[in-house]
Design a protein around this ligand. Structure first.
Ligand code: URA
Length: 186
């Protein structure tokens, strides 16, 4: 078993896939190591690659508003991505890149051992819940997996592109808040 710090050092040096060649910084993830809730995005964008921090660009600002709206802060949650290095030009990560990198995410989940996992967007949901996951049809549904409660909602970047999706995303986040309160009372 690794510690998160050991794992982060491995990720920072990782050269297992071609994304390592074009990254500025690998973005490991950050937040509360003992959090009961983990949010998982797709992969770093420009600002994340520049800073080494997850969700710090425009999508990150919207994400912060969404978690604050349900009474959470960055200090309370843990946030990371499926791939830890920026795909050039913000293209979707390829299947092979996800497959290689998800090993690090599995370790992160094992170490943090959250009650709730929130997939932000279809790439995260496809890699975590089901490879044929349809975000429009299946967002907002809870998937029990072992000790985890897993749900997917729209990626904040998708909400910035299409604000009509915000209403559904708000329903998802209210459901997440409810589950977060319920799991505390186990
Ligand atoms: N989009 C993501 O999926 N992750 C980030 O860290 C930033 C934008």
């Amino acid at each position: 078993m690794y510690t998160l710090k050991q794992l982060e050092d491995i990720v920072k040096d990782c050269g297992r896939c071609p994304l390592a060649e074009t990254r500025t910084h690998a973005v490991f993830g950050e937040g509360n190591e003992r959090s009961r809730i983990m949010f998982i995005g797709e992969g770093p964008g420009f600002h994340e690659d520049q800073t080494g921090k997850p969700f710090v660009g425009r999508a990150g600002e919207l994400f912060d508003k969404m978690i604050h709206a349900i009474g959470l802060t960055r200090q309370e949650i843990y946030i990371t991505n499926i791939v830890k290095c920026r795909p050039p030009g913000n293209r979707n990560p390829q299947e092979s890149e996800c497959k290689t990198c998800i090993e690090f995410l599995r370790w992160q989940v094992k170490i943090i051992d959250p009650d709730i996992i929130v997939c932000l967007g279809s790439i995260a949901a496809k890699n975590i819940i089901d490879k044929n996951f349809k975000i429009t049809a299946c967002r907002g549904i809870w998937y029990p997996r072992g000790t985890f409660h897993i749900i997917a909602s729209y990626h904040p970047a998708a909400l910035l592109r299409d604000s009509a999706k915000k209403k559904d995303a708000w329903e998802d986040f209210k459901s997440i808040k409810k589950k977060y309160e319920e799991t505390l009372c186990y």
